[in-house]
Design a protein. Structure first.
Length: 95
């Protein structure tokens, strides 16, 4: 019975490891998306003309910057290895 219990624990540990890996992959994608959104907001601010357009651009830029900060903080807390993502090892690719 101990063997079966140990086998089940190993299986659940792998499942938790896979869930953690998927969460880190999602965080990586969210950080990249937030960065792109922030960059687009910066461009929109630079190209804004008129008082109302500038106000909207500032609001959008501040919101995008805050979202990016939140995603970076979450990734840092999850100990995301950025080099592994860039090199493809998190996704099962060889570099």
């Amino acid at each position: 019975m101990k063997i079966l219990k140990g086998w089940g624990e190993g299986r659940s540990n792998r499942a938790r490891g896979n869930e953690a890996m998927e969460y880190k992959q999602e965080l990586y994608v969210e950080v990249i998306n937030a960065l792109k959104e922030w960059e687009r907001a910066q461009i929109a601010f630079q190209e804004a003309v008129g008082h109302d357009e500038v106000d909207v651009a500032i609001y959008t830029l501040e919101a995008a910057e805050r979202r990016y900060q939140i995603q970076l903080k979450a990734a840092k807390q999850a100990h995301v290895d950025w080099d592994a993502f860039r090199n493809g090892s998190y996704f099962g690719e060889s570099s």
